[in-house]
Design a protein around this ligand. Structure first.
Ligand code: NAD
Length: 426
């Protein structure tokens, strides 16, 4: 028997986040009829820094780590984007995350370009002092790019307010004075903003409730499954439960729990805080991350990593609404399947923008040395995420496309306009 080259490869499709991000952008460029030169500029990242740096382990051994800081575009202002510590970090992943930040900031009306950083490391395998040395050395090595006027990092997967504090202190030490505005997501005591820690989850919860309202889905008693129980996922789950939704499943990297009657989210958060994972939590039955995505719920909130809803499982997603708390959890192929099946997908650049919006508030407060009350921050956050959702949804309706395509059309158009106004240097 002979094999022809046209046969599809066996096994599941593996998605590259950067190829997916470029594909999403190309779709938007085609929708907008973007001029080819500008499309060529915007489909690449402006700057990509790769660093290899040594860290001394507590036992004296020296280990070399790889890290990245990528700036996708600076058309609208300084670069903004989180830093991820994870063993699976790749340059292509960081490129995709940087590009998504450009569109997210533009859609939310923030005066920022997009960036992202990452270190290939399992932070759970390091002691606290090793983690501090790694963070300070990485911050020093990317200090050629970051600064309050140039590029402002923030927390992402496995990075915390403590890690942001070390970055702020490291940059301040080399400058000789405190530069709180170099990074957001800091502890309150050193120029952090009230409401930043809960901002991403709060934005996700607000967007979920507004989406239900526009679709006519009652939120009281609506069932919710949340994949990923970290900063984004826990606060989204907690706030939705407070507003009357029933959270029937939650999970972290080691697996999840489900209960049709609803999970006590506060107790689950406390269990995770005490033990480091959801394993052993008594308030439900064990469920795998794969099965959680296919539960018969009204609302599915992926809040972990990219490529969770793919062409391999999209036919089996039963939720009526998917709200992307994570960046890039749905691949373009899966998007097409969900769209055909009538599932409403609120894309990442709309759904999780609460984090960067309050990061923007933190940066403004640091630059002015004037700090706002939490209720003012939450009120402004809600106004801005609602506006972004309305802009994206109205554009989608007007063009008869998915909400992702509508959101991209608004965002790419805003960045393109800025680039045209600025012109090509020299
Ligand atoms: P985090 O480190 O606080 O939490 C990540 C959670 O995901 C942890 O509970 C972890 O156990 C879980 N997880 C990891 N791999 C998993 C897997 N394969 N299956 C299920 N769960 C898994 O990170 P975070 O800040 O909450 O970020 C989560 C997502 O939200 C990321 O996509 C991130 O880019 C996005 N996001 C975060 C922010 C923010 O402000 N932190 C803002 C916007 C978007």
């Amino acid at each position: 028997m002979t094999t022809t080259v046209s046969e599809a490869p066996a096994g599941p499709v593996v998605d590259n986040p950067w190829e997916n991000a470029q594909r999403q952008f190309d779709d938007a460029a085609a929708l907008l009829g973007l001029e080819p030169g500008l499309q060529a500029v915007l489909r690449q990242c402006k700057r990509e820094l790769i660093v290899h740096f040594p860290v001394k382990r507590d036992n004296g051994d020296v280990v070399v780590f790889e890290g990245f800081r990528v700036q996708h575009n600076l058309g609208l202002g300084p670069a903004k984007g989180g830093i991820r510590f994870h063993p699976g970090v790749t340059l292509d992943e960081v490129r995709a995350l940087a590009m998504w930040m450009t569109w997210k900031c533009a859609l939310s009306g923030l005066p920022y370009g997009g960036a992202k950083g990452g270190v290939v490391v399992d932070p759970k395998a390091l002691s606290l002092s090793e983690l501090e040395r790694l963070t300070r050395r990485y911050a020093t090595d990317i200090s050629v790019l970051i600064g309050p006027e140039s590029d402002i990092p923030a927390p992402d997967v496995n990075t915390t307010p403590q890690i942001m504090a070390w970055i702020m202190d490291t940059i301040s030490m080399s400058r000789g004075y405190s530069t709180p505005a170099v990074v957001t997501g800091k502890p309150l005591a050193i120029g952090g903003s009230r409401g930043r820690n809960t901002a991403t989850g709060r934005g996700v919860a607000v967007i979920t409730l507004l989406t239900c309202k526009r679709l006519g889905v009652p939120t009281s008693g609506a069932t919710v499954a949340v994949q990923g129980f970290g900063n984004a996922g826990t606060h989204a789950a907690r706030l939705l439960r407070e507003r009357g939704c029933v959270v029937t499943a939650v999970s972290d990297s080691r697996g999840g729990i489900t209960s049709p009657r609803g999970i006590d989210v506060d107790a689950a958060i406390e269990h995770k805080r005490r033990t480091g994972s959801l394993e052993g939590f008594a308030g439900g039955d064990a469920i795998s991350n794969d099965d959680l995505l296919e539960l018969p719920v009204d609302i599915l909130i992926p809040a972990a990593l990219e490529n969770q809803i793919t062409s391999n499982n999209a036919e089996r997603v039963h939720a009526r609404i998917v709200v992307e708390a994570a960046n890039g959890p749905t691949t373009p192929r899966a998007d097409a399947i969900l769209e055909r099946r009538g599932v409403t997908v609120v894309p990442d650049i709309v759904a999780n923008a609460g984090g960067v919006i309050v990061s923007y508030f933190e940066w403004v407060q640091d630059l002015q040395s004037f700090f706002w009350a939490e209720d003012e921050i939450n009120r402004r956050l809600e106004t801005m995420v609602e506006q972004a959702l309305t802009d994206a949804w109205d554009q989608a309706d007007a063009r008869r496309v998915s909400m992702r395509k509508g959101a991209y059309a608004v965002a790419v158009d805003r960045v393109a306009e800025a680039m045209r106004e600025r012109g090509i240097y020299p």
